[in-house]
Design a protein around this ligand. Structure first.
Ligand code: AMP
Length: 189
């Protein structure tokens, strides 16, 4: 059976790292809207240039933009073992659009995992990542805090959305990468 996993958590929770492990383990397609947007910026597309203005302020890009990007990816990879969604959906509108999209291909989200990490740990991790990631949004503490607030404001209702569907599990995102991955696998198998 296909696995379609939403990996959820604030910026710096380790979604990217754990997505790589989950992807390799279940042979899934990893879809990160942040990565898709950054490649649009590198390619200097209109979409990328518009998105950059919002991303540089730690704000979310419009739902329509990310839903469109995800739709294209789902169409391309729908015959695989499933998807791991990382950094998407970030609003309830995105979550319900994703459900509808998957439904058109007789698919559904199977699991939603939240990586829980205390805010101060997130700030420390992101500032550390900023030293090597080259991401401007990881190099400025007030921007990092703004992204965390944006997550709490807009994204937490998404958790409730999946809670209502009975698909919501919390995993502690503190500890070694391997320990966290093992805890994730325990909830998925
Ligand atoms: P990320 O790499 O997931 O931390 O995303 C970096 C930035 O891209 C975010 O701060 C947002 O500005 C934007 N972004 C990524 N994914 C989404 C999404 N699903 N909805 C809206 N904006 C997004």
């Amino acid at each position: 059976m296909q696995k379609n996993i939403v990996l959820f958590g604030p910026p710096g929770a380790g979604k990217g790292t754990q997505s790589d492990y989950i992807k390799a383990h279940f042979n899934l397609v990893h879809l990160s809207t942040g990565n898709l947007l950054r490649s649009e910026i590198r390619a200097q597309t209109r979409l990328g240039l518009k998105a950059k203005i919002l991303m540089d302020q730690g704000l979310l890009v419009p739902d329509k933009v990310v839903i469109g990007m995800i739709e294209t990816q789902i169409q391309q990879h729908r015959r695989g073992n499933g998807f791991i969604f990382d950094g998407f959906p970030r609003t309830v509108e995105q979550a319900s659009a994703l459900d509808e999209l998957l439904m058109t291909y007789q698919m559904a989200i199977t699991n939603m995992l939240v990586l829980r990490v205390p805010n101060e740990e997130l700030v420390t991790r992101l500032l550390e990542r900023g030293k090597t990631s080259g991401r401007a949004d990881d190099q400025n503490e007030s921007l990092i805090r703004k992204r965390i607030v944006e997550y709490e404001k807009k994204t937490l209702p998404v958790a409730q959305y999946y809670q209502r569907q009975g698909k919501y599990t919390v995993v502690q995102g503190i500890g070694s990468i391997e320990t966290i991955f093992k805890a994730i696998l325990d909830t998925l198998t």
